[in-house]
Design a protein around this ligand. Structure first.
Ligand code: AMP
Length: 420
């Protein structure tokens, strides 16, 4: 009754408020109708109805990944659930970094994000983030078990290097490349799944019970030294070596054992390397038994390669030569990504459009600092759980807006099927 007696301006205000409440309730209902839930292992996925036939395909430090069919894009996709990504610094930094960097990176050897959403209706209720990506067929762990010919092996290696070069050009040094973070399709195309360690990443302690794989980490990471872009070349060397051998090259049980496995095979590094270590690490390294190491002919004998033709013999010796230049303990003597791309084993695939693709989505450069400094700035951030929640929510909301237009990527491969 008071409303009716109120002056016109106040009535208009009250009407507007009522309309806003009704709209909110309508949106809430609409949103509820857009989603459905289903159990995947121990977790519940609540996804947009456009995504059907969910099946678990993997899990990592951040959560479970499902394959699904997207009825709108009419293609299969991968959906990763990040549960409460703001719950601690490690999860939050990684999720936020991933969401921001994904916007700056656009390369066929880096996984593309197709959609991002949260099923929760408001900031207060905000819990989970779902990332929708291009679906690939398998990760490299599965490919390692296969016998690959030189064509496929060198093509996979070439694509890893192209993806890494692109990350480097965006100021992102990965430092944690491993077979589980690299995915392939049966047509032999390859994509890197993540952006690796933040510069100040807590390496694993907060991520239990998830076990951190260290087999592929370079000596400068294991020994806590400064690092350059070619820190990622070491990891690629370890991955390729594993594809040739069929087993992990340096299967250390912990940080210390990791170093033992490296020097047992490659030999104790020279004095000038030891001089680069800080005092306590140097004392430890100097007190290890001395190893002479093995030649690359011993580490990767002909028998590991297909050797039925002169062509294959040549390729095997080229592959071995490249490995001997990648798996160098002292980073100052290790090959760079560019040099690796020019190596005879790899340069058969060289295509400037793939190697030199430094295309960033321009629109974001207006609102973000240039990519080269972006990763550094992201890394320096320290926030409370509530602040992280707000930052991540804002990123997700922006993506939800963007995703209405949908971004699809994917190019055909020059090679035939890889039967996965
Ligand atoms: P992540 O949580 O990103 O470490 O992914 C864990 C695992 O899920 C990977 O090792 C892959 O086996 C699988 N996976 C993740 N994303 C994809 C994708 N886009 N396509 C196919 N498999 C994927």
């Amino acid at each position: 009754r008071r409303d009716l007696n109120a002056p016109t301006s106040q009535r208009t205000f009250l009407d507007a408020q009522k309309a806003a409440i009704e709209e909110f309730a309508m949106n809430k209902n609409k949103r509820e109708r857009e989603f459905y839930s289903l159990d995947v292992g121990d977790s519940t996925f609540t996804v947009l109805k456009r995504y059907q036939n969910l099946r678990p395909i993997g899990s990592g430090a951040q959560g479970i990944v499902c394959s699904a069919y997207d009825q709108i894009l009419e293609r299969n996709v991968a959906i990763k659930k990040l549960s409460r990504p703001f719950q601690n610094q490690t999860h939050a930094k990684r999720a936020f970094r991933e969401l921001v960097l994904m916007k700056c990176v656009n390369h066929k050897n880096i996984i593309g994000l197709l959609n991002v959403f949260t099923p929760q209706k408001s900031f207060e209720e905000f819990q989970d983030v779902y990332l929708v990506m291009e679906l690939m067929d398998a990760n490299l762990c599965q490919v390692i078990q296969m016998e690959l010919d030189h064509e496929r092996l060198s093509y996979l290696l070439y694509q890893m290097l192209c993806g890494i070069k692109h990350l480097h050009s965006a100021g992102i040094i990965h430092r944690d490349l491993k077979p589980s973070n690299i995915v392939v399709k049966s047509d032999c195309t390859l994509k890197i799944l993540d952006f690796g360690l933040a510069r100040t990443a807590a390496t694993g302690l907060l991520m239990t019970p998830y076990v951190v794989t260290r087999y592929y980490r370079a000596p400068e990471v294991i020994l806590g030294m400064g690092y350059q872009a070619n820190v990622d070349v070491w990891s690629v060397g370890c991955i390729v070596a594993e594809m040739i051998r069929g087993s992990v090259l340096f299967p250390g049980t912990d940080h210390i054992d990791q170093w033992n496995k490296v020097i047992e095979q490659l030999g104790t590094p020279s004095q000038d390397f030891l001089m680069k270590l800080n005092q306590s690490v140097r004392t430890y390294v100097e007190n290890r038994p001395r190893y002479a190491g093995y030649s690359f002919e011993k580490l990767f004998p002909d028998a590991l390669f297909p050797a039925d033709s002169d062509h294959n013999k040549l390729k095997a010796s080229q592959a071995r030569d490249l490995l001997s230049k990648m798996l160098v303990i002292d980073a100052s003597k290790r090959i760079s990504v560019d040099e690796a791309l020019q190596h005879p084993y790899i340069n058969v695939w060289y295509d400037p459009a793939e190697v030199e693709a430094v295309r960033f989505i321009q629109v974001f450069l207006f609102s973000q600092p240039p990519p080269k400094t972006l990763d550094k700035q992201l890394d320096e951030r320290e926030h409370t759980v509530e602040e992280w929640k707000e930052l991540i929510y804002k990123e997700v909301s922006e993506w939800e807006e963007r995703a209405k237009n949908g971004v699809i990527r994917g190019q055909p491969s020059p090679l035939g099927e890889l039967s996965l």
